[in-house]
Design a binder for this molecule. Structure first.
Ligand code: 26W
Length: 810
């Protein structure tokens, strides 16, 4: 956007007066933030309008990314950057004695997601807009986002995330674009003029009100839309009329029950709980989204028979799978198409990404619940299932086991993953290994039936937020060495490789990292009161706390190191600061126990003068996008140590790499591709291979007890869990102890312990050579371009949604 500083400054001053009716000097920073946000939104509004007009004129294909989660974080800084306004804004505010960073910090994170899946959706929106693809998000406007985590007495306490408390400058409520979503009731079946007509009657109507947020592309005059739906009662009249008849409270209760649909994000990550409210949420946003897409399409003269040429709907995991039967319902019941035609259009439109192979995450709804809540949708799913099973019977005569494994409805449940595969034209995994496991293990039968549907799209991250914004120091160095072409073409980062052998560049990388570490150290001191040594190795594991991500393995090796240091305080190791952050699902006892363990270790180690010059442990509370933006650029070592086969991809691994951290990892998810990119010498790989893990799962043969009995270091640290060393209450860490011993260590922590410890010794010795270390960091940065979500989105566009999308933008 072309604007000069003085115009901007004037506009800002006027805006401030407009909305606050006062002078800037008299206000506080929150008011200044509101005025700035509101001004930027005005600028964006013009772009937004233009973009929409253009889309309507060109009639190009529109992509809709349906997701229960969008983890956007803050928008001010990124929007300013994408508009090309960051410098003039900074300067104009400085003249008014305002520091832009102070205002940015006042913005609440938009935390409408649990973790990887939600953040991926946000990175994809940024890439679609920046590549000029007409791609929009569709989801739920949760009143309360992902909970706020406090650590009290070493334990996680959950507080509600009232992110809308101060209002939200970015969204626009579009009441006139509301849709009605119908729940419950019955289906009336009539024969009208020889046609069977289905009508849902006696249903409960819910009003879906859209709130639109513009998603601005990078310096390309594009503003796409994220549309989030909020649930309201269809009419308020009832409230007043029933006031006198004593029905008032009932009316309020009713209002609350309707609004509860968009009240709160479920905080269970990778764990499915068959709660009816979640099913309601799913149908609510999917139905509203599809109705509004079709309404818009028809309003602009679109012919329903060609819907699949103009629209793609992508479903982010199985959570929005009801898009398939809902689209069928509209095509059949409202548009009057026949089954075959409706099915062809629907499957052409819908594509599906699987994000996890954990069995406990598979969504399966009990038939009775499903049928009661969505009677017409259930009929359609039944019909899809019958037709699909009849194809299976023809192909697999008598193979009942195989057929029942593939069926959509079986054992009293509706299986959403099977429905998603059958009802879409593309099924993708999110990293090479993950896709192979889907094809050869998890969804084996479905894959052999539909081999052409399956494909891989390795995840990515937006380098604009995760490099340009969060690491200006490094961005500067890159621009000064290789120029700025990598901003539009992130794979140009490879040009940096030759510079990484240059001593001057290595020193510069070290200096930039040190600065980032100092900033983080300040934060750690402010938040936790712990002084950390910025020349120590910042060894970082930040992500959801989960058994399979193995924060326990990290804990055990710290406990082991602590034992070794107490035995020999002169042990020759480079000082390390172990940094953790992450939230546990409120109902996941083991994960919460792990947080307590980390904090107990921190307490012990940080207060032991014998070792605390060499090691420190820090748990930063309330991990979210903004905190990630501060932690990741300050990391030396990136911990990606999941049990091989369990992490579908991981995306923080890519963020760390792009910011010049070296990875210590198992060969899991996208770690494999990172390793292939940088080469064995530039990553620290350890642990079981996928083949070994799969063999244990299939054939057994693993005994953690054996390892415990034979390995002294392991025995010591396991015993330390319950001998009073880390807590007077010896039962405190019993669940972790039991998990690792009695329950045979489901995630093979003990099996990988030795190789992890050994590999960490290598880390130590390389870190001692600063030049060598920075050379490797540089190689990682140079090879990180392929992990930009721009590459991922180009692959989705060419491989799934329609190649014309990309050619148009070349
Ligand atoms: C039904 C409950 C539930 C909720 C969330 C089940 C599953 C999920 C998500 C699939 C969990 C998730 O975020 N998966 C992560 O997706 C990332 C983006 O593809 C991957 O990088 C991570 O490896 C994967 O764990």
């Amino acid at each position: 956007m072309a604007l000069d500083k003085n115009t901007f400054k004037k506009a800002y001053e006027n805006k401030y007066k407009d909305i606050h009716g006062d002078e800037i000097e008299n206000g506080n920073n929150l008011q200044r933030y509101e005025a700035l946000g509101s001004l930027i939104r005005d600028y964006v509004s013009w772009l937004w309008l233009d973009t929409n007009k253009r889309y309507n004129k060109t009639g190009e294909k529109q992509i809709y990314y349906f997701s229960m989660e969008f983890l956007l974080g803050r928008l001010l800084g990124d929007t300013l950057m994408n508009l090309g306004l960051i410098d003039i804004c900074k300067e104009a505010l400085a003249e008014l004695n305002i520091d832009l960073r102070d205002l940015e910090e006042l913005e609440e994170d938009q935390g409408l997601g649990n973790g990887g899946l939600g953040r991926l959706a946000a990175c994809f929106l940024d890439s679609m807009a920046s590549l000029g693809i007409a791609g929009h998000g569709c989801g739920i406007r949760y009143k309360y986002g992902f909970f706020e985590q406090k650590i009290i007495d070493g334990k996680q306490v959950e507080l509600s995330d009232n992110w809308l408390r101060q209002g939200n400058v970015w969204e626009r409520r579009k009441i006139e674009k509301s849709e009605v979503v119908k729940f419950g009731g019955e289906v009336k079946v009539e024969n009208i003029d020889g046609r069977i007509v289905f009508t849902q009657i006696n249903y409960e109507p819910v009003l879906a009100v859209p709130y639109d947020t513009p998603i601005v592309g990078y310096e390309n005059n594009v503003a796409n839309t994220l549309r989030l739906w909020s649930a309201e009662t269809v009419s308020n009249e009832f409230d007043y009329s029933s006031f006198s008849s004593g029905e008032y409270l009932k009316a309020i209760e009713y209002k609350n029950s309707v609004e509860s649909i968009s009240q709160v994000l479920y905080p269970e990550d990778s764990f499915y709980e068959g709660k009816i409210l979640r099913l309601k949420q799913q149908y609510f946003f999917v139905s509203a989204g599809i109705q509004s897409i079709i309404r818009h399409y028809k309003a602009h003269g679109g012919n329903i028979k060609f819907l699949d040429e103009k629209i793609s709907i992508h479903i982010n995991d199985t959570h929005p799978t009801l898009a398939i039967p809902e689209l069928m319902r509209i095509l059949l019941d409202e548009e009057g198409l026949g089954w075959e035609e409706a099915w062809r259009i629907t499957t052409n439109i819908v594509s599906y990404t699987n994000h996890t192979i954990l069995a406990e995450a598979l969504e399966k709804w009990p038939i009775d619940m499903f049928k009661g809540l969505l009677p017409r949708i259930y009929m359609i799913v039944e019909e899809i299932n019958e037709r699909f099973c009849s194809d299976l019977w023809n192909k697999y005569i008598g193979q009942w086991e195989k057929i029942s494994d593939m069926a959509i409805i079986a054992d009293g449940q509706v299986r959403m993953a099977n429905l998603a595969v059958v009802g879409s034209h593309s099924v993708n995994g999110v990293a090479k290994l993950h896709t192979e496991i889907l094809k050869k293990e998890e969804m084996k039968n479905l894959y052999y039936f539909y081999p052409n549907k399956f494909n891989n799209k390795t995840n990515g991250i937006t380098h604009r937020r995760w490099l340009l914004r969060s690491n200006p120091g490094l961005t500067n160095l890159l621009c000064n060495t290789i120029g700025d072409s990598f901003i539009k073409h992130p794979t140009d980062l490879i040009n940096f490789e030759k510079f990484t052998y240059d001593k001057g560049v290595q020193e510069e990388l070290e200096r930039i990292k040190k600065k980032n570490k100092e900033r983080l150290a300040e934060k750690i001191y402010k938040k936790n009161g712990i002084i950390v040594d910025t020349s120590s190795i910042f060894d970082v594991q930040v992500k959801r706390i989960h058994g399979y991500k193995r924060q326990t393995l990290n804990c055990l090796r710290i406990m082991d190191l602590y034992n070794k240091l107490t035995n020999n305080p002169n042990l020759d190791i480079h000082p390390r600061t172990f940094i953790f952050a992450g939230k546990a699902a409120p109902g996941y006892y083991l994960a919460k126990n792990i947080i307590e363990l980390i904090n107990a270790i921190a307490d012990k180690v940080n207060n032991d003068p014998l070792v605390n010059k060499k090691i420190k442990v820090v748990f930063l509370e309330n991990y979210n996008v903004s905190l990630a933006e501060e932690i990741i650029p300050a990391a030396d070592l990136s911990e990606q140590i999941s049990t091989t086969t369990k992490e579908a991809s991981g995306t923080s691994n890519m963020k760390f790499m792009m910011n010049g951290a070296i990875t210590i990892a198992t060969l899991d998810g996208a770690n494999i591709e990172i390793s292939d990119e940088v080469g064995n010498n530039n990553i620290f790989i350890f642990g079981l291979t996928a083949r070994q893990v799969l063999s244990y799962i299939e054939n057994g043969g693993y005994s953690s007890q054996d390892i415990y009995n034979k390995n002294e270091s392991i025995k010591n640290v396991i015993d330390d869990l319950i001998n009073g060393k880390y807590s007077k209450d010896r039962e405190k860490f019993r669940s972790i102890y039991d998990h690792l011993t009695i329950f045979n260590d489901e995630f093979y922590v003990l099996k990988d312990f030795d190789s992890y410890v050994e590999t960490n010794k290598k880390v130590d010795s390389i870190f001692k050579d600063m030049y060598k270390w920075q050379e490797i960091c540089g190689i990682n940065i140079a090879h990180s371009g392929v992990f930009s979500s721009d590459r991922t989105i180009q692959q989705y566009a060419t491989g799934i949604w329609g190649p014309e999308l990309i050619y148009k933008n070349l």
